[in-house]
Ligand binder design. Structure first.
Ligand code: PRX
Length: 560
């Protein structure tokens, strides 16, 4: 096993162990203004407080997409987001109402998020690849009263099927009839800083995540998430105010929200956001142009740069880069060796999920890294491997990766569905993650895949049942079974087993049509890359798709 020694520095192994024993999240609470004032809002801690402390002119956001390049200071974010809060107020939105944000990365996205949260309005981030059905499910479930979107994405909103939706704010040039011009409204209201104080347990955002069953679940995160974000930004990401931080995840996913801007801004660290499509060269150019010092990305991205070859790297000055982290998919030894050799730095893997809200099991600069391991639980977090009855398993045994309930960034509910929330906690005190893992004698954890059939393709989470339901709407498909097939580049790809209806024969055209059907009906990242026609789909006794057998099929264990 490849082991990378701990870096000498401000932290060492003993400190980490001591921190694990002595640390309590309560000690972090002292760092927030609400510990003395009693007035809570994450936007105050992430933006306004820095302005009040005299750092208003410091850049908070470096934005780039195509030809658009902009910088936003903390002061400007404070004013613009206060303006958007005023717009929402003008349109009658109140504390607790839900606002969907459905748009590609742009400064307006972040301003809308902050403006809503400033008012106590609950944000519902929607990944830009979602199509009508996915939008209807999510916005309908949480009864969103307003959405922020762009002229390009607007046509996907199934307005007729969303009776609770009253206002659509559009950011762009061609404002569709019946919608509100985001920019025009912003210019009509005052940007005087305003703040609605909320409770620590007040919802901040509802993030829809796919599970094994057919419906996406609305994971409710609250303002208290800031406690977990601040301390992991410091101890895992090693962030300091003189860093430039680039978390490459989209704000439609948990990583792009929690670490894309909230966590770094709590520590007053400027972030880079790059929008639009980009290739391996753009990655390197962005790292170099903004002199990125801490970079949080995913194995898919590292592999993309790796396969572009050494010549590319040699053309860019990446000397400011001092810390690299990874999330979302297994970090392989091959990628680690590439990084050590070509970038001169190890990559620190972090394990967590939408439900946990914060990094949970990580590798740290102050600890030796065992390559292939997701690392050790963050101080204050207790992790275990348990069997299907919730009993702890000894080192070396594979089982359910579980976390002791009650960490600060924990999701607080599944919107509208207490039973599905309780399912995660069916073996209290443990939260059951859905991942398989084992632990070694020294307490390091090793990820062993998902247990429930949820697919992870390029770090994006796809619910197999949602894809099956969509495929079965197509006249050619009698029954579908969908699973993740291991893939060198993407971690997993979506593979669909299909039973055809009578009268249909399989062809490449039909495959293309089905792929397009899922792409346009549900979401691009959910479209199957591979199909296979079968006589039947394996079912459990109660008539559900048998995910265990499908897993054997994709792994080629059963030619059935
Ligand atoms: O299977 C695990 C995988 O991503 C899942 C969570 O997906 P999501 O909620 O979209 O959040 C992604 C990023 C926080 C987990 O159940 N996963 C997450 N981190 C890792 C990982 N798989 C392998 N290695 C990781 N470091």
């Amino acid at each position: 096993m490849l082991v990378i020694p701990a870096l000498p520095g401000e932290h060492n192994l003993k400190d980490y162990i001591r921190a694990r024993e002595e640390f309590s999240f309560q000690s972090v609470e002292k760092e927030f203004s609400w510990s003395t004032t009693g007035r809570v809002n994450i936007v105050y801690e992430a933006v306004d407080r820095h302005v009040e402390d005299g750092y208003g002119q410091q850049v908070a956001l470096y934005f780039e997409a195509g030809a658009r390049r902009e910088e936003y200071t903390f002061s400007r974010l404070q004013h613009e987001s206060s303006r958007f809060a005023a717009v929402l107020k003008k349109y009658g939105l109140q504390k607790g109402d839900r606002l969907g944000i459905f748009m590609p990365r742009s400064p307006e996205l972040y301003i809308s998020f902050l403006g809503a949260a400033r008012l106590g309005v609950v944000v519902v981030p929607l990944f830009e690849a979602f199509m009508a059905e996915a939008l209807k499910d999510r916005l309908g479930d949480c009864q969103a009263v307003a959405v922020v979107t762009t002229p390009e994405l607007f046509p996907r909103l199934p307005l007729a099927q969303l009776p609770a939706l009253k206002h659509v704010f559009v950011v762009g040039e061609d404002i569709p009839a019946g919608t509100v011009d985001w920019h025009a409204e912003m210019s009509r209201v005052e940007g005087t800083p305003s703040m609605e104080w909320v409770g620590r347990e007040h919802p901040l955002f509802i993030l829809y995540a796919s599970g094994a069953d057919g419906r996406a679940r609305g994971l409710v995160h609250v303002h208290n998430i800031m406690v977990g974000l601040l301390i992991t930004a410091r101890w895992v990401h090693d962030l300091r105010p003189d860093d430039i931080y680039w978390c490459t995840a989209d704000p439609g996913w948990i990583t792009g929200i929690a670490y894309g801007f909230l966590a770094p801004w709590l520590l007053r660290v400027p972030v880079v956001v790059r929008g639009g499509r980009f290739n391996a060269e753009d990655w390197c150019a962005t790292l170099a142009r903004y002199r990125v010092s801490v970079w949080y990305s995913a194995p898919t991205a590292f592999r993309m740069i790796m396969s572009a070859g050494d010549e590319l790297l040699s053309r860019y000055d990446l000397s400011r880069l001092r810390h690299i982290l990874s999330v979302g998919e297994p970090l392989t030894q091959e990628v680690m060796e590439w990084s050590l050799e070509k970038l001169g730095l190890p990559i620190y893997d972090t394990w967590w999920m939408s439900e946990t809200g914060m990094n949970m099991i990580c590798n740290y600069r102050c600890m030796p890294v065992k390559v292939g391991s997701i690392g050790l639980p963050f101080p204050g977090i207790e992790a275990a491997v348990v069997d299907d009855e919730g009993r702890e398993l000894p080192p070396g045994r594979i089982g359910n990766l579980a976390i002791r309930a009650g960490w600060p960034a924990q999701f607080r509910a599944v919107w509208n569905d207490p039973a599905r929330y309780e399912e995660y906690f069916r073996h209290r005190p443990w939260f059951i993650s859905g991942d398989a893992a084992y632990r070694d004698e020294e307490g390091y954890f090793y990820f062993q895949g998902r247990l429930d059939g949820v697919i992870n393709t390029s770090g994006e989470r796809v619910g197999p049942a949602e894809v099956e339901r969509k495929l079965e709407e197509h006249p050619a498909v009698a029954r579908a079974g969908v699973a993740g097939k291991p893939d060198k580049l993407r971690g997993e790809i979506v593979k669909a087993y299909i039973v055809l209806n009578p009268g249909y024969t399989w062809s490449d055209e039909l495959a293309g049509e089905l792929r397009e059907f899922v792409r346009t009906g549900l979401a691009a990242h959910a479209a199957p890359r591979e199909f296979e026609v079968r006589e039947a789909i394996p079912l459990t006794r109660d008539g559900r798709v048998d995910r265990r057998v499908l897993r054997e099929w994709v792994l080629g264990l059963n030619r059935g």
